[in-house]
Design a protein around this ligand. Sequence first.
Ligand SMILES: [Zn+2]
Ligand SMILES: [Zn+2]
Length: 237
Amino acid sequence: MNHCLICQEVVTSSFGWSAFLGLQKHAPVCGDCEHAFQTITGELCRICGREWRMVADENRYGDLCSDCFRWEGDPATAGLLKKNRSVYHYNENMKDILSRYKFRGDAALSQVFQEAFTKKFKEACPKEKPIVVPIPLSPERIYERGFNQSLLLAELLPGKPEELLSKTSSEKQSKKARWERLDRENTFFVPDSELVKGKNILLIDDIYTTGTTVRMAAKVLKNAGAYDISSYTLVRS
Ligand SMILES: [Zn+2]
Ligand SMILES: [Zn+2]
């Protein structure tokens, strides 16, 4: 008997949406749970990949949303991140799924996303083949959780992810301005800059919220000589 990997309900019919969409090859997901996923489609902000239909006109600056417009307007952060693309919207259901995935160690859930995450990967990639680099967790966090959710996601993609970034300690995020946090609270580092010099990097994370995390990572990669940095996340809030 198969249980839905998300809600644990018994998946009885083989004629459900899962079978129809080809998801059952990887993991059983019941129809209700599948319907809860909302894929990001249509016209997007050029940089962060936010869907335009979710953005009010006054928050739009040409092909950029107000968030990206601010990041790009500051010399300290302009051009750090070439683009971000994400697969799903962050709705209530996705919130539950992500917290189970991240905090309760339900690592098997990554299989649920495999097909969609692999498919959209091509859109997220720059023309030149990038090195796929997961956003790291600090050693304490890894110990606590037992796995890095970003590495699990990166492992779903073609090719082998390279852990070229590390993180020292997991400090609490403060209320400082985001550009200030990018320098003072940046706990990412590149252990071997020779490996990133001149390279295109695709950062993998579970969620893109304000874009601060991926830009912190991008900053240390740029300082180490990386060429272009983009990011690809499962969810876009
Ligand atoms: Zn379910
Ligand atoms: Zn944007």
